[in-house]
Design a binder for this molecule. Structure first.
Ligand code: TRP
Length: 451
């Protein structure tokens, strides 16, 4: 596998991996979870989860990926004579393909809202914005077509390859995303009564903290760092041998955390300034915010600009994550079937389009088709997010902590002893052997009501 491509630079590695991590999870999921779980107290716990569970989880996937220099399925199998471990990788590939399908649908909504805010259609009272979203998301054609559009954009970046496609797109989009974020945060924080939002974000209310808050923070930290679906492992297979794995994971964890925090700084001051409750759940981005943007900024032009910039930001964040999800299965097909990158990508794109269209229809025309009592969209979300994600995360920790020879893990962690981070390695091993698997087990048992 020595002719395998690599990322071209350290910056490329960090931006591409941060591109995978920074996504709808940061800008959409994190703010409403913070709203529902008590603001600052949740954020502090979340930061702890990122540092002590997310970062070691990411390092573990880095180690598997870089050591094997191959797609996720082969990567896990390459460490041990028991090829059964390859099943973890296969599970990651299945999960990422399904997620790609429905993530693209939500990304398509962002694209639609971008178009609608550009032409100025998102104006009206709260009831109008709500019925607007319901009518759109249950439409049989528009959301499916936009989801497919997003998958096609992803496809064309993927076929250009790791350096010219993934790395270049990330180097372009990630800095743009940071700038947009800072501009909108600035506008939002200058609104009258913005300080109420800041207080909510920065003043911890310990009385809100309970077991659920911990578990939500933990689940969100894994989701947000793209752990347990093969994305991180696949990207790491393109890292060079001199990449400092723990440092890179830490940098990405910090970037991911700050983007989420900035998304909170964007949404809460604006929401509080117009007196809207920020705990409105998943509809926050598509129902609450269009209203907030309209009303918060006295000048309609400013409201218009902020709204357009915000949906550009969301669409770009979604795109860099979609690219990483696509790469998992593309690398797998390309290497295992021995076909060209282009053909492999076409296979993945077609599969994801089918899944995406099914998910999209299940929000409207097929909403009465139920699997295990849920719509197809919700079933996919549940099976991947609540079942496969913790399972793969748990197995990865057990695999690295208990089955892979410690020498291999240490050599990767310390770059064959050249990094002099041996003490940190022992701490990492402790987290991966005991702390991470036990915490994941807790989330798992808790969500099935067993504890
Ligand atoms: N981390 C991304 C987000 O925050 C979503 C994502 C991309 C993801 N790849 C993943 C989540 C792999 C879990 C696993 O939106």
């Amino acid at each position: 596998m020595s002719d395998r491509v690599n990322f071209g630079s350290k910056l490329g590695i960090v931006l591409a991996t941060a591109g995978s991590a920074v996504g709808l999870g940061n800008v959409w999921r994190f703010p409403y979870m913070t709203g529902q779980n008590g603001g600052a107290a949740f954020i502090i716990i979340y930061l702890g989860c990122i540092l002590f569970l997310g970062v070691p989880g990411m390092v573990s996937e880095f180690i598997v990926g870089r050591h094997s220099q191959s797609n996720t399925a082969r990567a896990y199998a390459s460490f041990s004579s028991n090829k059964g471990w390859g099943a973890i990788g296969i599970l990651g590939i299945i999960t990422s393909t399904i997620i790609l399908g429905f993530y693209a649908v939500v990304a398509g909504w962002c694209l639609y809202y971008l178009g609608e805010s550009v032409v100025g259609n998102l104006k009206g009272d709260p009831a109008f914005v709500q019925s607007y979203f319901q009518a759109f998301s249950s439409d049989p054609v528009k959301p499916a077509a936009l989801g497919v559009t997003f998958i096609l954009i992803t496809h064309f970046i993927i076929v250009r390859g790791v350096r010219d496609g993934i790395e270049r797109a990330s180097k372009l989009m990630m800095p743009t995303l940071f700038i947009l974020l800072l501009v909108i945060v600035g506008a939002s924080c200058m609104l009258p009564e913005a300080e109420k939002g800041l207080e909510f974000l920065f003043k911890p209310d310990i009385s809100k903290v309970n077991g659920d808050v911990f578990l939500s923070a933990l689940g969100q930290s894994f989701y947000s760092m793209s752990i347990a679906m093969g994305c991180i492992c696949t990207y790491a297979s393109y890292f060079s041998k001199s990449t400092n794995l723990p440092n890179s994971a830490m940098q990405i964890g910090v970037i991911d955390f700050f983007v989420a925090l900035l998304a909170g700084l964007l949404i809460f001051p604006a929401a509080f300034s117009v007196g809207v409750n920020p705990d409105s759940g998943p509809s926050l981005i598509f129902i609450t915010l269009p209203n907030v943007f309209q009303n918060a900024f006295g000048d309609p032009t400013l409201g218009y600009i902020v709204s357009v910039l915000f949906y550009i930001l969301l669409s770009m964040a979604a795109l860099t994550s979609l690219i990483s999800l696509h790469e998992v299965s593309t690398a797998f097909l390309q290497e295992e079937i021995g076909t060209t990158r282009k053909r492999a990508a076409i296979g993945v794109t077609v599969a994801c389009m089918v899944i995406g269209v099914i998910c999209s229809l299940s929000m409207g025309a097929w909403s009465n088709v139920k699997l295990f009592g849920m719509t197809i969209f919700d079933t996919f979300d549940f099976v991947t997010g609540q079942l496969f994600l913790p399972l793969v995360g748990f197995l990865t920790c057990i695999f690295l902590g208990w089955f892979v020879p410690h020498k291999i893990v240490k050599d990767e962690f310390t770059n064959m002893g050249t990094l002099r981070n041996g003490t940190l390695f022992h701490f990492y091993l402790l987290l991966v052997k005991y702390v991470c698997p036990i915490c994941i087990l807790f989330i798992f048992l808790h969500q099935f009501g067993l504890i």
